[in-house]
Design a protein around this ligand. Structure first.
Ligand SMILES: [Zn+2]
Length: 69
């Protein structure tokens, strides 16, 4: 099974650092700085949505737009 990891530079919304984000899947990235998992949403724009498993139901995750260029 071929595994290719896409690595992009981006601002992590979780730790607010400009860091490397490693693509685990086409939609899931992991911050190399703080280790947070981010969902990539493509709907005209690209944004990263932090995965917060500890968050309770109904909570709205903090979303920050990822500026590409
Ligand atoms: Zn981070």
């Amino acid at each position: 099974m071929k595994v290719t990891a896409e690595v992009v530079n981006g601002n992590c919304p979780t730790c607010s650092e400009l860091t490397m984000l490693v693509g685990l899947t086409p939609e899931l990235f992991r911050c190399m700085n703080c280790g947070a998992d981010l969902h990539q949403h493509v709907n005209g724009k690209i944004s990263y949505l932090p995965v917060m498993p500890s968050q309770s139901d109904g909570a709205t995750p903090f979303v920050k737009e990822w500026k590409d260029g």
